[in-house]
Design a protein around this ligand. Sequence first.
Ligand SMILES: [Zn+2]
Length: 370
Amino acid sequence: MLNISSDFDHGNIDCLDVSDPANIRLAIKKDGLAAFYQWFYFRVDGAAGQPLAMVIENASGASYVDGWNNYRAAASYDGEDWFRVDTTYDGKALTIRHTPDKDEIFYAYFAAYPTTRYRAFVEQMKSLSLLQHEVVGETLDGQTIDYFRAGDGPKQFWVIARQHPGETMGSWWMEGFLPMLADENDAAARRLRENATVHVVPCMNLDGARRGHLRTNAAGQDLNRAWRYASMEKSPEVYLVRERMRASGVDFFLDVHGDEAIPNNFLDQTEGAPSWNDEMAAAFERFSSLLLKKSRDFQTRDGYPQDKPGEANLDIANNYVADVWGCLSMTLEMPFKDANVNPDPVRGWSPERCRNFAREHLEVMAEIVR
Ligand SMILES: [Zn+2]
């Protein structure tokens, strides 16, 4: 008997009608108190060998409709290996067509990263001797916000991910970054730890993740629009991390995200911040060109349009940090679709590629640290 469910950690789908496997009618739920929606993650049971057409009927009202063009949904039998399946968008509905081999299968907007997996990862990282772990406080739903620190060098490097809970590539990226940062034998990690104190918040928006949100926390707040006026009532995640940054100072900031529409990896700089200067521009150019040399997955042609001088939105983390601390401050965007510069027809942009890309970032950080 075919069954669809999403009433679990990180799940999101409204099941309208499953009576016809060739026209399973679905809708994505909005982010609780906010109108955003695009993240979906659900389980199909009892459909082995059966051709399925899963129609997301409210796709055209999603937050980033350009994200559906040339998009293929992710599927997995075990939550570990995610592959892409045939998906079409007709301007109204998004239709996912697949014949599962097994009775239990998951479909998601991108390789899912539930908070259960996050907790297991945090426990592993806590066991590594070169990582110091602290809890910075609690989310509105009462989840602990974890912070890790490595190294004791004079430069203060900050790396955070997953302000937007549907952008799970940030968590997969962290699975590459943190273990390498704690590796005693890795030369790049050692150099980074000697020259910098590296502060890492692997998951900013745990409530949004557990609730199956695309973009906001339990209060309906987009955390990456909360940096200037963060509060314990609406955005404790940002408020508490910002306090830590004020205590340490910031010399380098990287905020890891995913972009729905653009089919490539790119870095967004802070040229619209009022404090922007030639030194910050040169630091960005250096980081970007070193990453371009190192990584087959990076490119610099596609990206966001530049802000006009002084017109950056300072509620966004990278602009806020650039303005307050006058340092190299960047947002990394990875694709939901695939990176056109080095495509993978089977998996698209994938967990393994996120992990690898993170290690390349760490190597570049080690090059620019002194
Ligand atoms: Zn984002």
